[in-house]
Ligand binder design. Structure first.
Ligand code: 5GP
Length: 216
């Protein structure tokens, strides 16, 4: 009987959630996203569409869908995006694709998007959105991390530092804020938030029949 109950509780239906990780470049968001996707089989990345060029190691369709400015504009015109924004002179957008239907089926999605995208997604779908902001431990550390990225030129680094300050100013538009001093500790916190949010009563649409059965 214990086994039966265990199975029932584990398979209770719930709505999926939209888990947004935002931070200035260099605060560790990409590393944290990778760790989360590797550790948790129930969440998958919402692959954004962008007009920027791939960085070394980035794969089309995995990290981003890389498109021309013309193709991006066509998608805007055809209302294919949940949200889109211009960042560093390039355009980035979240394709609607199958997200809505998959949320209903209980699929969780991870979004690596900036504050503009976060605001737009939240306005469209407050109940499903969980907003997490990652802060660097200091501006000096952020600068050091950006400099260590061999792929970017000095101008790009300077522009990113400028933008980092702007991004940080939006920290208060998030539900959770974590300072990324130690990436392992930070990851544990991010994962704990995800697990807790999954248990929110209003997401657990299978609870009513389950509790009815318990009371019978
Ligand atoms: P990067 O070029 O470093 O991959 O990303 C630059 C910025 O664009 C990051 O802050 C990232 O979160 C943001 N970004 C990536 N995809 C999207 C998206 O689909 N929508 C929005 N609004 N921002 C995005």
């Amino acid at each position: 009987m214990g086994d039966t109950n265990h199975t029932a509780a584990d398979t209770l239906h719930r709505r999926g959630l939209m888990f947004i990780l935002s931070s200035p470049s260099g605060a560790g968001k990409t590393t944290l996203s990778k760790m989360l996707l590797a550790a948790d089989q129930e969440i998958k990345l919402s692959v954004s569409v962008t007009t920027r060029a791939p960085r070394p190691g980035e794969i089309n369709g995995v990290h981003y869908s890389f498109v021309s400015p013309e193709d991006f504009q066509r998608m805007v015109d055809e209302d294919d995006f949940y949200e889109w924004a211009e960042v560093f002179g390039h355009r980035y957008g979240t394709p609607k694709g199958a997200i809505r239907a998959a949320l209903k089926e209980g699929q969780d999605f991870l979004f690596d998007i900036d504050w503009q995208g976060t605001q737009q997604l939240y306005q469209k779908d407050q109940q499903d959105v969980v907003r997490v902001f990652i802060l660097p431990p200091s501006i000096e550390e952020l600068h050091r991390r950006l400099k260590n990225r061999a792929t970017d030129s000095a101008e790009v680094i300077a522009a990113r530092m400028e933008r980092a300050r702007a991004e940080i100013s939006h920290w208060d538009g998030y539900d959770y804020v974590i300072i990324n001093d130690d990436v392992e500790v930070c990851f544990e916190k991010v994962h704990a938030i995800l697990e807790a949010e999954r248990m929110k009563r209003q997401r657990q649409t299978g609870l009513i029949p389950f509790v009815r059965e318990l009371m019978a």
